[in-house]
Design a protein around this ligand. Structure first.
Ligand code: F3S
Length: 640
């Protein structure tokens, strides 16, 4: 039987398990990446493991989220990250160099390599054939320490691409179409592997946009073949030696197949407040637009911004429509500058922002109250823009640039000819010297900490019986942004767990933290897809610090589930989802924790005498980790 690309890579990196979908596999990890918002904690955890030098082929620490240095907290964290990377043998990318995924794609990712990153959009590197997965910071810390990364063996979905993109349709529209078809839950436990004659027509930036937003499907990852297009990209990046061909066997088998005819696609947009609320741009014609933001790890490549400049050249945005642009990397910025493409952006009224996540993570650029913001980003969850009632739409860079000029949604049939598809120049400028490579021997490097760097606390073991009240009941599709909002003030506290925990669920229920402090322990009750969205492990660490012992939900998002396990919180699933309606906030729960077995069912007893059956999808090892009080305890006890 022929093999698909996913199976080829997994087989080569398999250290434990059999490749049966759903069963746990352990993978050797070649590369890791961290970013400052989650990575500062990952590096504190790495230090707590006490291993010395990183044991991966390559680990890179990027600073791209909290680049604003207002007050001592962020600069303290950046200095800590720079020095701990030098001591530990990791590459450091300073603030302003670019967004981790764009930089990693351009400079470090390799076809056929395994990569995990403490950021959910790590699958961007799948655009050149890396098997790249978002993970909790602790899993990344362990991978840096040479430990395997454990995942349930995914199913492999073949996305058969036929036809060719035409007109204004872009890579973004491919993934928006998949989101429309499959929804934000459609990819859970699956790898989306792209194949078919349409692949050759897609550039690497288009492919990377598609794999980036595979995260919004809930997928384990997404991957493209490594072909002549990949070779050309890597050669132009000065990395011809990193290219290897990687294609599925002609008779490869897949668990599922989805077919998309690229020729049928037209500009699309995801409407507030979910990436799968997709419609055609023309269906919104006439709706006023207050703001357009072009950038983020999804659409900030040279081709995106060159097209943007071409569309804007010689025109002005209307005064009611704010336009901001964040290039993905200094390499992109240098190419634009060299080709005289900055001036048309500025002359059109655009604000040029730093090469960083910027508005995508709420670092400035919030829309006006109830404002309509068209963004080229990957997420449009309520409040993530920093404006609680902001109405965020997601579109390609080309669509966003055109709409910025129009000041309202218009029908693409009236837009005239689309700009030509862009390929990279032959002489791409290198930015390699901007990275800080570690010394051969880091033993004399002093790791510098400021008052914002607070060492990790120890967590207790799980008691045999959990007796706690439901202190919060939330609905479906709770995101990690709901659990812990982003934004400058909050994420500046990422290396200080006691301080950041004060913001847990602060935008959902202001009284939650005080109730937790009053009772010292509690349970959260949730609906479907609890914990979707960003990989931030503080959304598990913060609740754990406050004393959350279990989350009882209808279903869980993959990365957040892993984070709950890592920090010793029981992730329990209601056997009968209608029991959700029988449990109210304030009810006392007794959970027989010592009776829980992998995949088994136990009965919780509620204060009103009702019994509620809960199950789990934990492995034996994960259960041991939770019983030990989390993964760090388990590693120290030799149970992982
Ligand atoms: Fe940054 Fe937004 Fe991507 S926060 S890593 S640009 S999803």
């Amino acid at each position: 039987m022929g093999k698909n690309i996913t199976h080829k890579i997994i087989e080569k990196h398999l250290v434990s398990g059999s490749m049966v979908p759903g069963e746990e596999v352990g993978l050797r990890i070649d590369q890791t990446l961290t970013q400052d918002a989650t990575g500062t904690m990952a590096w504190l955890q790495y230090e707590a493991i006490g291993i010395g030098r990183v044991r991966t082929d390559l680990s890179v620490s990027y600073v791209d989220h909290n680049t604003l240095q207002m007050g001592f907290r962020n600069p303290d964290d950046h200095r800590f990250l720079r020095t701990v990377a030098a001591k530990s043998g990791a590459v450091f990318s300073p603030a302003g160099t670019g967004i981790c995924h764009q930089l990693h794609l351009e400079n470090f990712a390799k076809p056929g390599a395994t990569l995990i990153g403490s950021d959910s959009h790590t699958p961007t590197a799948g655009g050149i054939g890396a098997m790249a997965m978002g993970a909790g910071g602790l899993s990344v810390a362990l991978a840096m320490a040479g430990e395997a990364y454990f995942i349930p063996m995914p199913k492999v979905v073949k996305v058969e691409l036929t036809g060719e993109l035409t007109g204004w349709a872009q890579g973004k529209d491919v993934i928006l179409e998949l989101l429309r078809l499959l929804t934000v839950k459609g990819g859970v436990g699956k790898v989306f592997e792209y194949a078919g004659p349409g692949v050759a027509s897609l550039s690497v930036p288009d492919r990377a946009t598609i794999t980036n937003m595979g995260a919004e499907l809930g997928a384990t990852t997404s991957i493209f073949p490594s072909d002549e297009t990949t070779r050309d990209f890597l050669t132009k990046m000065g990395r011809a030696d990193d290219w290897t061909e990687l294609v599925a066997d002609a008779d490869a088998e897949y668990d599922e197949v989805v077919t998309i005819n690229l020729s049928d696609l037209e500009p699309m947009v995801a409407q507030p407040h979910m990436p799968d609320q997709v419609c055609k741009v023309k269906d919104l014609a006439g709706k006023k637009i207050d703001q357009v933001a072009i950038g983020s790890c999804t659409n900030s490549s040279y081709s995106d911004l060159k097209n943007t400049a071409q569309i804007l050249a010689g025109h002005m945005t209307p005064p009611e429509t704010d336009l901001m642009i964040s290039p993905g990397s200094k390499q992109v910025l240098k190419m634009l500058s060299r080709e005289g493409l900055i001036e048309p952006l500025l002359d059109a009224g655009a604000r040029l922002l730093e090469c960083s996540c910027g508005p995508c993570i709420g670092m400035g650029g919030s829309p006006v109250s109830a404002g309509v913001s068209v963004r080229t980003f990957n997420r449009n969850f309520e409040g993530r823009s920093g404006t609680q009632d902001g109405q965020v739409y997601l579109a390609s860079a080309q669509t966003a640039a055109k709409l910025a000029l129009d000041g309202e949604f218009t029908d693409p049939a009236t837009w005239g000819p689309a700009p030509d598809r862009v390929s990279l120049p032959d002489d791409v400028p290198s930015i390699r010297d901007l990275f800080v490579f570690p010394p051969e021997d880091g033993s004399s490097v002093e790791v510098l900490r400021g008052p914002n760097i607070v060492a990790l606390e120890d967590f207790d073991k799980l008691p045999e019986t959990v007796e706690a009240k439901v202190l919060l009941k939330v609905g479906d599709n709770i995101t990690t942004d709901h659990i812990l909002p982003a934004g400058a003030q909050i994420t500046a506290l990422r290396s200080n767990i006691p301080a950041i925990s004060q913001y847990i669920f602060s935008r959902v229920d202001e009284g939650f933290v005080s109730r937790m402090q009053e009772h010292g322990k509690g349970v959260i009750l949730g609906g479907e897809n609890y914990g979707q969205g960003s990989s931030r492990e503080h959304a598990a660490l913060g609740p754990r610090h406050l004393g959350v012992k279990a989350v009882v939900v209808k279903s869980l998002a993959r990365i957040h589930r892993a984070n709950l396990v890592n920090f010793g919180i029981l992730p329990l699933l209601l056997v009968d989802p209608s029991d959700y309606d029988r449990l109210e906030e304030g009810v006392d729960l007794t959970i027989p924790a010592s009776e829980i077995t992998p995949g088994g069912t136990v009965n919780m007893v509620a204060g009103n005498g009702a019994t509620v059956a809960v199950t789990n999808d934990l492995t034996e090892k994960e259960l041991q980790i939770i019983q030990a009080g989390g993964l760090l305890n388990a590693v120290r006890e030799g149970k992982s």
